[in-house]
Design a protein around this ligand. Structure first.
Ligand SMILES: *Cc1c(COP(=O)(O)O)cnc(C)c1O
Length: 422
């Protein structure tokens, strides 16, 4: 507590001495737009995989800000790099560049094993990375060097897909409740059944500009594409001259124990979107385009951003990637993920466990997932329910086996409490 009490931030927010969680939430509901409902807790501090709320209660964070806090909260190295960059040069606009932006682009091309001529565009969020990819797809319009003159207006996405909330990304997102209030959405997007290669092959034709895929659908409850699907998608898109765009906003940056979830699928995509884990908690998104042709589709003036790729965000991402590499974090992701999945499968009331590395979804034998989240919070664990009987875990990549065991030991009681509360 002493650290936060000395922080100048406290003077900016606390006008009436100590404020309880309930008081903060009442101020929240009078001042914040209602799109998120009522927040579960008011969080004031974090360290590693732990966070504390305004009433001093401690939580093990098994959600990591939804797959964002890759190196946990307040990581000393990431924090010091961000602070030092901010104290040196914070923002310059894209009339200028900065060494951190260039170094990060080079690093992302290296980590994604991109061939010569590949390029990076920086945005500020996942949905913005997807918007850039959507515009890239529109430029694959049949008029370029690879085109045969047929206009390419069709974009294919999957049922269950989540690609973001801005209008282009929303057009790619499948969920009716998210889409319906905002129609008409940018046109040309069709949704085909999840994981069905025949449906994909049938849908792709010479009017298809791009296919958007998540290697594992996170928001749909951590659903991995079947083995061989990405390879089949690569073959079909290549044959038709359509782009294969992988949305790795949630699955990228070590989340699955690999830099990209698609890394061992044996394919080279045309573009990959990244965001969530990339900045270790600092907002940043990126679109990586593979090879010179795809990288030349968007030309000078056709896309832009004021904040995207700014020195602080790119320094945060460089620090996060460096920490993941130097602290052998990917080994930890694989071993703790495997440990969690095998133990979860043996817990009474858990019917199925899915996912890879530290992106884990498990189904329950009853529609109690929201009550499990509440009971989990009361027991000191932050988890998430993407569906009525599905729990998702996306903890910091530095979660230890001991911390995982604390949750596993508490879970039977949490499930019991949730069922009692129903
Ligand atoms: C979270 C997410 C997005 C949107 O990212 P935001 O930063 O929330 O805009 C897009 N695609 C996938 C796969 C995601 O998980």
């Amino acid at each position: 507590m002493s650290q936060i009490e000395k922080s100048p931030v406290v003077d900016l927010v606390e006008t009436r001495g100590h404020t309880t969680g309930a008081e903060w939430l009442s101020r929240y509901s009078s001042s914040l737009m209602g799109v998120f409902g009522t927040p579960q807790r008011v969080l004031v501090r974090g360290a590693g995989c732990l966070v504390w709320d305004a009433d001093g209660k401690e939580y093990l964070d098994l959600l990591g800000g939804i797959a964002v806090n890759a190196m946990g909260h307040a990581h000393p190295f990431v924090t010091s790099v961000i602070s030092s960059q901010l104290a040196t040069l914070g923002h310059v606009s894209n009339f200028f560049t900065s060494p951190t932006q260039i170094a990060l682009a080079e690093k992302l091309l290296e980590l994604s094993k991109a061939p010569a001529g590949s390029k990076v565009f920086f945005a500020n969020s996942g949905t913005e990375a997807v918007e850039a990819a959507f515009k890239l797809a529109r430029r694959n319009n049949g008029s370029g060097t690879a085109g045969n003159g047929t206009p390419r207006t069709k974009i294919i996405a999957l049922e269950g897909a989540f690609h973001g909330r801005t209008m282009g990304a929303l057009a790619l997102t499948a969920k009716e409740a998210y889409r319906a209030p905002f129609e008409p959405l940018p046109g040309g997007v069709v949704h085909i059944p999840f994981g069905d290669v025949d449906a994909l092959v049938e849908a792709i034709d010479e009017t298809t500009a791009a296919v958007f895929l998540e290697p594992i659908q996170g928001e749909a409850g951590v659903r991995p594409l079947p083995a061989g699907y990405l390879r089949a998608a690569r073959e079909a898109t290549t044959k038709a001259g359509a782009l294969l765009i992988l949305d790795e906003v949630q699955t990228g940056i070590g989340r699955t124990g690999k830099w990209l979830a698609s890394a061992d699928a044996g394919i080279v995509p045309d573009a990959v979107t990244l965001a969530k884990g990339l900045g270790g908690g600092f907002p940043i998104g990126a679109l990586v385009t593979f090879g010179p042709e795809t990288s030349a589709l968007l030309t000078a003036g056709q896309h832009g951003t004021t904040f995207g790729g700014n020195p602080v965000a790119t320094a945060a991402a460089l620090a996060t990637l460096h920490a993941i590499e130097n602290q052998h974090v990917l080994d930890n992701v694989r071993s703790v993920g495997e440990h969690l999945r095998s133990r979860l499968a043996g817990i009474d009331g858990v019917t199925e466990v899915r996912g890879e590395g530290l992106l884990i979804g498990f189904d329950l034998d009853a529609d109690v997932a929201p009550a499990v989240v509440t009971a989990g919070l009361d027991a000191g664990f932050i988890i998430n329910s993407p569906g009525p009987r599905t729990i998702r875990l996306a903890p910091p990549l530095i979660l230890t086996e001991e911390q995982a065991d604390r949750f596993l030991a508490a879970l039977p009681d949490i499930l019991h409490t949730a069922k009692e509360a129903q």
